[in-house]
Ligand binder design. Sequence first.
Ligand SMILES: Nc1nc2c(ncn2[C@@H]2O[C@H](COP(=O)(O)OP(=O)(O)OP(=O)(O)O)[C@@H](O)[C@H]2O)c(=O)[nH]1
Length: 305
Amino acid sequence: MTSMLAMHRFKLTGLLMTANTGLLLHLLAGEIKPVADWDWLDIAGEGGSALLLLTWLGLLLKSRPAGYVTNLLFMGLACLFFSLFMDTVDEFVALPDAVTWDGWLESGPMPIGFILMTLGIFHWHQEQLAINEQMRNRERVFREHRQFDKLTPLGDANYLRAQLQLTLADAAAQQQPVSLIMLDMNAFSRVNREYGYAEGDRLLQVLTQLMLLNLRTHDLLCRLAGDRFVIILPHTGERQAQILAEELEQAVRSLAYKSRAQGERLELSASVVALMARDEDPATLLERMNITMARAKQNLTVRYG
Ligand SMILES: Nc1nc2c(ncn2[C@@H]2O[C@H](COP(=O)(O)OP(=O)(O)OP(=O)(O)O)[C@@H](O)[C@H]2O)c(=O)[nH]1
Protein backbone atom coordinates (compact mmCIF):
# COMPACT_ATOMS: atom_id res chain seq x y z
CA MET A 1 0.00 0.00 0.00
CA THR A 2 2.75 2.47 0.99
CA SER A 3 4.76 1.58 -2.11
CA MET A 4 1.65 2.16 -4.27
CA LEU A 5 1.11 5.57 -2.66
CA ALA A 6 4.80 6.42 -3.15
CA MET A 7 4.78 5.35 -6.80
CA HIS A 8 1.70 7.48 -7.65
CA ARG A 9 2.33 10.30 -5.16
CA PHE A 10 2.34 13.10 -7.78
CA LYS A 11 -0.96 12.02 -9.34
CA LEU A 12 -2.61 11.53 -5.95
CA THR A 13 -1.32 14.84 -4.58
CA GLY A 14 -2.59 16.58 -7.71
CA LEU A 15 -6.05 15.08 -7.26
CA LEU A 16 -6.15 15.96 -3.55
CA MET A 17 -5.11 19.53 -4.21
CA THR A 18 -7.63 20.01 -7.04
CA ALA A 19 -10.48 18.62 -4.93
CA ASN A 20 -9.45 20.83 -2.01
CA THR A 21 -9.24 23.88 -4.23
CA GLY A 22 -12.78 23.21 -5.49
CA LEU A 23 -14.01 22.84 -1.92
CA LEU A 24 -12.21 25.97 -0.81
CA LEU A 25 -13.66 28.01 -3.69
CA HIS A 26 -17.16 26.93 -2.66
CA LEU A 27 -16.53 27.79 0.99
CA LEU A 28 -15.06 31.17 0.12
CA ALA A 29 -17.80 32.15 -2.28
CA GLY A 30 -20.82 30.72 -0.49
CA GLU A 31 -22.35 29.69 2.84
CA ILE A 32 -22.98 26.34 4.40
CA LYS A 33 -26.65 25.39 4.00
CA PRO A 34 -28.75 24.63 7.08
CA VAL A 35 -29.13 20.87 7.65
CA ALA A 36 -32.85 21.15 6.94
CA ASP A 37 -32.00 22.10 3.35
CA TRP A 38 -29.75 19.13 2.71
CA ASP A 39 -31.11 16.78 0.10
CA TRP A 40 -30.11 13.41 1.51
CA LEU A 41 -30.97 11.51 -1.63
CA ASP A 42 -28.65 13.68 -3.75
CA ILE A 43 -25.95 13.54 -1.09
CA ALA A 44 -26.13 9.75 -1.00
CA GLY A 45 -26.28 9.41 -4.79
CA GLU A 46 -23.57 11.91 -5.70
CA GLY A 47 -21.36 11.41 -2.64
CA GLY A 48 -21.68 7.61 -2.89
CA SER A 49 -20.71 7.71 -6.56
CA ALA A 50 -17.70 9.92 -5.78
CA LEU A 51 -16.61 7.46 -3.08
CA LEU A 52 -17.02 4.54 -5.47
CA LEU A 53 -14.86 6.37 -8.03
CA LEU A 54 -12.17 6.79 -5.37
CA THR A 55 -12.36 3.02 -4.76
CA TRP A 56 -11.96 2.39 -8.50
CA LEU A 57 -8.96 4.71 -8.52
CA GLY A 58 -7.36 2.77 -5.67
CA LEU A 59 -8.00 -0.57 -7.35
CA LEU A 60 -6.67 0.74 -10.65
CA LEU A 61 -3.41 1.94 -9.13
CA LYS A 62 -3.05 -1.25 -7.11
CA SER A 63 -3.56 -3.64 -10.01
CA ARG A 64 -1.92 -1.89 -12.97
CA PRO A 65 1.72 -1.08 -13.65
CA ALA A 66 2.57 2.62 -13.91
CA GLY A 67 2.58 3.95 -17.46
CA TYR A 68 0.63 5.60 -20.27
CA VAL A 69 -2.54 3.47 -20.08
CA THR A 70 -2.71 3.73 -16.28
CA ASN A 71 -2.25 7.49 -16.50
CA LEU A 72 -5.10 7.83 -19.02
CA LEU A 73 -7.43 5.73 -16.85
CA PHE A 74 -6.38 7.60 -13.74
CA MET A 75 -6.97 11.01 -15.32
CA GLY A 76 -10.36 9.85 -16.63
CA LEU A 77 -11.49 8.56 -13.25
CA ALA A 78 -10.05 11.62 -11.51
CA CYS A 79 -12.14 13.94 -13.74
CA LEU A 80 -15.29 11.93 -13.07
CA PHE A 81 -14.56 11.96 -9.34
CA PHE A 82 -13.97 15.72 -9.35
CA SER A 83 -17.29 16.36 -11.11
CA LEU A 84 -19.22 14.24 -8.65
CA PHE A 85 -17.33 15.69 -5.69
CA MET A 86 -18.23 19.20 -6.77
CA ASP A 87 -21.84 18.06 -7.15
CA THR A 88 -21.74 16.72 -3.60
CA VAL A 89 -20.16 19.90 -2.18
CA ASP A 90 -22.90 21.85 -3.90
CA GLU A 91 -25.40 20.02 -1.69
CA PHE A 92 -23.81 21.50 1.44
CA VAL A 93 -22.81 24.97 0.25
CA ALA A 94 -25.22 27.61 -1.10
CA LEU A 95 -23.62 29.89 -3.66
CA PRO A 96 -24.94 33.34 -4.63
CA ASP A 97 -26.89 33.48 -7.88
CA ALA A 98 -24.15 35.61 -9.46
CA VAL A 99 -21.72 32.66 -9.29
CA THR A 100 -21.68 30.64 -12.52
CA TRP A 101 -18.35 28.84 -12.35
CA ASP A 102 -19.77 26.10 -10.11
CA GLY A 103 -21.70 24.75 -13.08
CA TRP A 104 -18.43 24.48 -15.02
CA LEU A 105 -16.72 22.70 -12.13
CA GLU A 106 -19.56 20.19 -11.89
CA SER A 107 -20.21 19.54 -15.58
CA GLY A 108 -16.93 20.45 -17.34
CA PRO A 109 -14.67 17.59 -16.17
CA MET A 110 -17.38 14.94 -16.77
CA PRO A 111 -17.12 14.67 -20.61
CA ILE A 112 -13.32 15.05 -20.44
CA GLY A 113 -13.26 12.17 -17.95
CA PHE A 114 -15.37 9.98 -20.25
CA ILE A 115 -13.15 10.78 -23.24
CA LEU A 116 -9.98 9.96 -21.26
CA MET A 117 -11.56 6.75 -19.94
CA THR A 118 -12.53 5.70 -23.47
CA LEU A 119 -8.98 6.32 -24.70
CA GLY A 120 -7.55 4.48 -21.70
CA ILE A 121 -9.82 1.46 -22.19
CA PHE A 122 -9.00 1.37 -25.91
CA HIS A 123 -5.24 1.31 -25.21
CA TRP A 124 -5.80 -1.21 -22.43
CA HIS A 125 -7.52 -3.43 -24.97
CA GLN A 126 -4.54 -3.08 -27.36
CA GLU A 127 -2.17 -3.88 -24.53
CA GLN A 128 -4.24 -6.96 -23.61
CA LEU A 129 -4.10 -8.23 -27.19
CA ALA A 130 -0.29 -8.02 -27.10
CA ILE A 131 -0.21 -9.82 -23.72
CA ASN A 132 -2.54 -12.55 -25.06
CA GLU A 133 -0.22 -13.10 -28.01
CA GLN A 134 2.76 -13.43 -25.68
CA MET A 135 0.88 -15.85 -23.44
CA ARG A 136 -0.03 -17.95 -26.45
CA ASN A 137 3.64 -18.09 -27.48
CA ARG A 138 4.72 -19.01 -23.98
CA GLU A 139 2.11 -21.73 -23.80
CA ARG A 140 3.29 -23.07 -27.16
CA VAL A 141 6.87 -23.22 -25.90
CA PHE A 142 5.69 -24.90 -22.70
CA ARG A 143 3.67 -27.45 -24.62
CA GLU A 144 6.56 -28.16 -26.91
CA HIS A 145 8.90 -28.52 -23.93
CA ARG A 146 6.70 -31.26 -22.60
CA GLN A 147 7.33 -33.11 -25.86
CA PHE A 148 11.06 -33.32 -25.20
CA ASP A 149 12.78 -36.32 -23.76
CA LYS A 150 14.66 -35.46 -20.54
CA LEU A 151 17.59 -37.80 -21.06
CA THR A 152 18.82 -37.00 -24.54
CA PRO A 153 17.04 -34.28 -24.81
CA LEU A 154 15.48 -34.85 -28.22
CA GLY A 155 11.89 -34.53 -29.36
CA ASP A 156 9.84 -37.55 -28.28
CA ALA A 157 7.41 -39.71 -30.28
CA ASN A 158 4.61 -37.12 -30.08
CA TYR A 159 6.92 -34.37 -31.24
CA LEU A 160 8.15 -36.60 -34.05
CA ARG A 161 4.59 -37.25 -35.27
CA ALA A 162 3.74 -33.54 -35.14
CA GLN A 163 6.89 -32.55 -37.02
CA LEU A 164 6.41 -35.35 -39.52
CA GLN A 165 2.90 -34.10 -40.25
CA LEU A 166 4.26 -30.59 -40.92
CA THR A 167 7.19 -31.82 -43.02
CA LEU A 168 4.98 -34.08 -45.13
CA ALA A 169 2.52 -31.24 -45.75
CA ASP A 170 5.38 -28.88 -46.72
CA ALA A 171 6.93 -31.50 -48.99
CA ALA A 172 3.59 -32.13 -50.73
CA ALA A 173 3.10 -28.40 -51.28
CA GLN A 174 6.62 -27.92 -52.65
CA GLN A 175 6.66 -31.28 -54.46
CA GLN A 176 9.87 -32.23 -52.70
CA PRO A 177 10.84 -35.69 -51.41
CA VAL A 178 11.07 -36.50 -47.69
CA SER A 179 12.88 -39.51 -46.29
CA LEU A 180 13.16 -41.07 -42.86
CA ILE A 181 15.90 -43.00 -41.14
CA MET A 182 15.25 -45.28 -38.19
CA LEU A 183 18.14 -46.36 -36.01
CA ASP A 184 17.77 -49.05 -33.36
CA MET A 185 20.70 -50.21 -31.25
CA ASN A 186 21.44 -53.92 -31.32
CA ALA A 187 21.46 -55.76 -28.01
CA PHE A 188 21.13 -52.54 -26.04
CA SER A 189 19.45 -54.38 -23.17
CA ARG A 190 22.75 -56.22 -22.67
CA VAL A 191 24.47 -52.91 -21.86
CA ASN A 192 21.87 -52.23 -19.18
CA ARG A 193 22.19 -55.76 -17.86
CA GLU A 194 26.00 -55.92 -17.79
CA TYR A 195 26.94 -52.32 -17.01
CA GLY A 196 23.86 -50.96 -15.28
CA TYR A 197 21.04 -48.65 -16.32
CA ALA A 198 23.11 -45.49 -15.66
CA GLU A 199 25.71 -46.67 -18.17
CA GLY A 200 22.89 -47.35 -20.65
CA ASP A 201 21.65 -43.79 -20.10
CA ARG A 202 25.12 -42.38 -20.71
CA LEU A 203 25.48 -44.42 -23.88
CA LEU A 204 22.14 -43.11 -25.18
CA GLN A 205 23.38 -39.56 -24.61
CA VAL A 206 26.66 -40.25 -26.41
CA LEU A 207 24.82 -41.90 -29.30
CA THR A 208 22.60 -38.84 -29.60
CA GLN A 209 25.63 -36.56 -29.88
CA LEU A 210 27.23 -38.92 -32.38
CA MET A 211 24.15 -38.93 -34.60
CA LEU A 212 23.74 -35.15 -34.40
CA LEU A 213 27.35 -34.72 -35.51
CA ASN A 214 26.64 -36.89 -38.54
CA LEU A 215 23.47 -35.10 -39.64
CA ARG A 216 22.87 -31.98 -41.71
CA THR A 217 21.50 -28.84 -40.08
CA HIS A 218 17.98 -29.27 -41.47
CA ASP A 219 17.63 -32.95 -40.45
CA LEU A 220 15.57 -33.59 -37.33
CA LEU A 221 16.56 -36.33 -34.90
CA CYS A 222 13.93 -37.61 -32.45
CA ARG A 223 13.89 -40.39 -29.89
CA LEU A 224 10.96 -42.65 -30.70
CA ALA A 225 11.38 -44.88 -27.63
CA GLY A 226 14.16 -46.60 -25.66
CA ASP A 227 17.08 -47.20 -28.01
CA ARG A 228 15.10 -46.41 -31.18
CA PHE A 229 15.61 -43.08 -32.98
CA VAL A 230 14.02 -41.58 -36.08
CA ILE A 231 15.48 -38.86 -38.29
CA ILE A 232 13.34 -36.74 -40.61
CA LEU A 233 15.26 -35.80 -43.75
CA PRO A 234 13.48 -33.01 -45.64
CA HIS A 235 14.27 -32.53 -49.35
CA THR A 236 15.92 -35.93 -49.44
CA GLY A 237 15.37 -38.82 -51.82
CA GLU A 238 15.76 -42.48 -50.92
CA ARG A 239 19.27 -42.86 -52.32
CA GLN A 240 20.70 -39.99 -50.32
CA ALA A 241 18.88 -41.26 -47.23
CA GLN A 242 20.48 -44.70 -47.73
CA ILE A 243 23.93 -43.09 -47.83
CA LEU A 244 23.23 -41.18 -44.59
CA ALA A 245 21.90 -44.36 -42.98
CA GLU A 246 25.06 -46.28 -43.90
CA GLU A 247 27.21 -43.46 -42.52
CA LEU A 248 25.31 -43.61 -39.23
CA GLU A 249 25.61 -47.36 -39.00
CA GLN A 250 29.35 -47.05 -39.65
CA ALA A 251 29.68 -44.24 -37.07
CA VAL A 252 28.06 -46.38 -34.35
CA ARG A 253 30.25 -49.36 -35.24
CA SER A 254 33.40 -47.24 -35.14
CA LEU A 255 32.50 -45.52 -31.87
CA ALA A 256 35.12 -46.43 -29.31
CA TYR A 257 32.79 -46.05 -26.33
CA LYS A 258 34.37 -46.91 -22.97
CA SER A 259 32.40 -47.95 -19.90
CA ARG A 260 32.59 -45.54 -17.00
CA ALA A 261 33.39 -48.17 -14.38
CA GLN A 262 36.19 -50.22 -15.96
CA GLY A 263 36.96 -48.13 -19.02
CA GLU A 264 36.60 -51.12 -21.33
CA ARG A 265 35.42 -50.62 -24.90
CA LEU A 266 31.87 -51.75 -25.67
CA GLU A 267 31.27 -53.37 -29.03
CA LEU A 268 28.36 -51.46 -30.47
CA SER A 269 26.21 -51.85 -33.53
CA ALA A 270 22.90 -50.49 -34.76
CA SER A 271 20.27 -51.52 -37.27
CA VAL A 272 19.60 -48.57 -39.55
CA VAL A 273 16.94 -48.43 -42.25
CA ALA A 274 15.95 -45.63 -44.62
CA LEU A 275 12.69 -45.03 -46.49
CA MET A 276 11.30 -42.33 -48.72
CA ALA A 277 7.83 -41.09 -47.78
CA ARG A 278 5.06 -41.92 -50.25
CA ASP A 279 1.74 -40.19 -50.35
CA GLU A 280 0.88 -41.38 -46.82
CA ASP A 281 0.10 -40.02 -43.36
CA PRO A 282 2.68 -39.99 -40.52
CA ALA A 283 1.15 -43.04 -38.78
CA THR A 284 1.26 -45.18 -41.95
CA LEU A 285 4.80 -44.06 -42.72
CA LEU A 286 6.02 -44.88 -39.19
CA GLU A 287 4.25 -48.23 -39.36
CA ARG A 288 6.04 -49.02 -42.64
CA MET A 289 9.32 -47.95 -41.01
CA ASN A 290 8.74 -50.22 -37.99
CA ILE A 291 7.99 -53.18 -40.28
CA THR A 292 11.17 -52.51 -42.31
CA MET A 293 13.14 -52.31 -39.06
CA ALA A 294 11.60 -55.56 -37.78
CA ARG A 295 12.72 -57.30 -41.01
CA ALA A 296 16.24 -55.88 -40.66
CA LYS A 297 16.38 -57.15 -37.07
CA GLN A 298 15.10 -60.54 -38.15
CA ASN A 299 17.83 -60.80 -40.82
CA LEU A 300 20.37 -59.90 -38.17
CA THR A 301 19.15 -62.72 -35.91
CA VAL A 302 19.14 -65.18 -38.82
CA ARG A 303 22.66 -64.12 -39.82
CA TYR A 304 24.28 -64.05 -36.38
CA GLY A 305 21.89 -66.26 -34.43
N1 LIG B 1 19.44 -47.14 -19.87
C1 LIG B 1 18.26 -46.99 -20.47
N2 LIG B 1 17.67 -48.06 -21.03
C2 LIG B 1 16.50 -47.90 -21.65
C3 LIG B 1 15.85 -46.67 -21.70
N3 LIG B 1 14.67 -46.83 -22.37
C4 LIG B 1 14.59 -48.13 -22.70
N4 LIG B 1 15.70 -48.80 -22.28
C5 LIG B 1 16.04 -50.19 -22.39
O1 LIG B 1 16.31 -50.43 -23.75
C6 LIG B 1 16.16 -51.84 -23.96
C7 LIG B 1 15.45 -52.04 -25.28
O2 LIG B 1 15.26 -53.39 -25.41
P1 LIG B 1 15.08 -54.05 -26.81
O3 LIG B 1 14.01 -53.32 -27.53
O4 LIG B 1 14.89 -55.51 -26.58
O5 LIG B 1 16.39 -53.71 -27.52
P2 LIG B 1 17.72 -54.54 -27.70
O6 LIG B 1 18.21 -55.15 -26.43
O7 LIG B 1 18.63 -53.58 -28.35
O8 LIG B 1 17.24 -55.68 -28.65
P3 LIG B 1 17.28 -55.63 -30.24
O9 LIG B 1 16.80 -54.28 -30.62
O10 LIG B 1 16.36 -56.71 -30.66
O11 LIG B 1 18.70 -55.83 -30.64
C8 LIG B 1 15.40 -52.40 -22.76
O12 LIG B 1 16.32 -53.11 -21.95
C9 LIG B 1 14.94 -51.12 -22.03
O13 LIG B 1 14.90 -51.35 -20.63
C10 LIG B 1 16.48 -45.55 -21.10
O14 LIG B 1 16.00 -44.42 -21.10
N5 LIG B 1 17.68 -45.77 -20.49
